[in-house]
Design a protein around this ligand. Structure first.
Ligand SMILES: [Zn+2]
Length: 215
């Protein structure tokens, strides 16, 4: 099968995301860029993930977004995934979820997300995008702007979260730990014991990660 490697990565990741409770029903989508050709494998639109197979993963053209292969049409969020990959040469995988705590944290009154544990520190600051119609070029533009040159996660108000990484493992880590950060921030604030990591500790963790990646 064509593009089997990237199709398999998308399928494995979406099943993991379902198991982890990050994705329910047919909401959320995952994309992986081919290492050689300008094509992207992405979850199809409106198909339950639990029984999905490789043929059902859609293949789209990175530059035009055109549907090239796959039994079902690609996710309606193709513009957001492709815009991120076009803007960021370091990104080869993207994950969009409607996780409960990220969705709560995307509301204005929640306040900025803060790292509470060291693994969360890699993903701050987390930007917020105001509500924009799902699947539109406008939401794609806003997400890309909010991510900037180095961002790994953004919250989308009244919608969910979008994360990216150098590979699918990194994009999934951003999704898992940003959702966890939103959850720990929520409960710590609710219990009135909110004490995020000091900024110096966050900076030190980020310096460690950068040094590790440079090796
Ligand atoms: Zn969505």
């Amino acid at each position: 099968m064509k593009y089997e490697n990237i199709r398999q990565q998308v399928l494995d990741a979406i099943l993991d995301a379902v198991d982890l409770g990050l994705i329910h029903g047919t909401s959320g989508n995952i994309a992986v860029r081919d290492p050689e050709e300008p094509v992207v494998a992405i979850t199809p639109s409106g198909i339950p993930y639990k029984t999905m197979n490789l043929e059902q993963i859609a293949i789209v053209d990175l530059k035009t977004g055109k549907w090239m292969d796959g039994k079902y049409k690609p996710s309606s969020e193709v513009p957001m995934h492709l815009a991120c990959m076009r803007a960021r040469k370091d990104v080869t995988a993207t994950v969009h979820t409607h996780g409960m705590f990220a969705t709560i944290a995307a509301m204005e009154k929640f306040g900025e997300l803060k790292a509470i544990t060291p693994p969360q520190a890699e993903f701050v600051p987390v930007g917020i995008v105001p509500f924009t119609m799902p699947g539109s070029d406008e939401v794609a533009d806003r997400v890309v702007k909010a991510l900037g040159e180095k961002g790994r996660a953004v919250l989308i108000k009244n919608h969910g979260m979008f994360c990216c990484g150098k590979d699918i493992k990194a994009a999934m880590a951003a999704t898992i730990y940003t959702e966890e950060m939103a959850q720990t921030n929520y409960y710590a604030r609710l219990a009135d014991v909110f004490e995020p990591m000091p900024q110096e500790a966050v900076d030190a963790m980020q310096a460690l990660i950068a040094a590790d990646q440079a090796v």
